[in-house]
Design a protein around this ligand. Structure first.
Ligand code: HEM
Length: 308
């Protein structure tokens, strides 16, 4: 059952991040109107709708499975009195319910309302609620006393920054696939890449700063040996290695591959090669990001070094 809990946590991270970060991307990186706008493209609405549906289902399934784990019996997941006490007495229960409701609202919004700025703002806000609610699913809300507020805040910043990065990557991967279709799409892809570069640096800084605060609470100032001696520490190191790989790929995109695309924008053959190189690099970065989320999902279920 534990593997199922970790997989469902992973699905909830991925879906809430793409919902929040993808809807934000539609606002700040895509043109407000014209053939490359999110409203005209159609796939952003479909993608975010599917993601909202997956988030709702994974939140409910995660709640049921974690109830079964807490109660020590699979049948407990369908026992109304146990479920009610998990929902009313455990932060994890209430957070799962809030996330499922946010996902359901986002699904209806994306399905029923004509795509436009209002829909993206609504979907991003509901995605932000779902993303922040993940802080109550693991160690983020576990620190007691006055320092607990700081840990929770750092965790929410960490989650939000990760959502902006992962959501943008999901959209970039699809835009790169589309960029070969026409000169308009190619120009829109390049404009989005160039526009993201400043924001990207801020996201990396916010992740590193909030990650260090998280590490202070969970590894502790004297827990360094635990980084190699415990499974928690080794997974955290692996997460940092993948983070470094993501930063290296992002730097290559920004300083080498995006300028190469800019130089080739008017020549379809050269632009094609530049787009393919960017697409490979973005896919790798997105894959590394999803692996980081898998590790975070696992870390949240292990005893942190300060508790060992
Ligand atoms: C310098 C870089 C980073 C540091 C030092 C760092 C550190 C940490 C630590 C210590 C935790 C707590 C794990 C636990 O629950 O026990 C954490 C959680 C997490 N990290 Fe990072 N991290 C970094 C970068 C990233 C990146 C690049 C991503 C994704 C793009 C990411 C996504 C997450 C997520 C989703 C969580 C779970 C938060 C929660 O559920 O409350 N982190 N990180």
């Amino acid at each position: 059952m534990e593997t199922g809990v970790v997989l469902l946590r992973w699905a909830q991270y991925a879906a809430s991040f793409v919902l929040m970060g993808g809807a934000l991307f539609a606002i700040y990186a895509l043109p407000a109107s014209g053939p490359a706008s999110a409203g005209t493209l159609e796939w952003p609405r479909r993608l975010l709708g599917w993601v909202a549906a997956m988030l709702g289902l994974a939140s409910i399934a995660g709640l049921l499975l974690q109830t079964a784990v807490v109660a020590g019996s699979p049948g407990a997941a369908f026992d109304p009195s146990i479920l009610v006490s998990v929902l009313t007495e455990m932060a994890m229960g209430a957070a799962s319910l809030v996330r499922a409701l946010a996902a359901a609202l986002a699904f209806v919004l994306l399905l029923a309302v004509r795509p436009g700025r209002g829909v993206w703002v609504g979907a991003a806000s509901l995605g932000a609620v779902a993303t922040a609610s993940m802080a109550w699913m693991g160690h983020g809300a576990a620190t007691e006393g006055a320092a607990g507020g700081l840990h929770l805040l750092a965790d929410i910043v960490h989650l939000a920054a990760a959502a902006v990065w992962i959501g943008a990557l999901a959209f970039f991967v699809i835009l790169a696939g589309d960029a070969r279709l026409s000169e308009n799409r190619r120009a829109a892809f390049h404009a989005a890449l160039a526009g993201f570069s400043g924001l990207g640096s801020g996201v990396v800084a916010a992740l590193a700063a909030s990650g260090l605060v998280n590490g202070w609470f969970l590894v502790g100032p004297s827990g360094w040996t635990g980084l190699v001696e415990t499974s928690y520490g080794r997974l955290l190191i692996l997460k940092l290695v993948l983070f470094a790989a993501m930063v290296a790929l992002a730097a290559a995109n920004r300083f080498r591959l995006t300028p190469a695309l800019r130089a080739a924008l008017t020549d379809p053959a050269e632009a094609g090669a530049a787009i393919d190189a960017l697409r490979r690099s973005l896919l790798l970065e997105f894959g590394a990001g999803l692996a980081v989320l898998g590790l975070a999902a696992w870390l949240g279920r292990l005893a942190p070094i300060t508790a060992q």
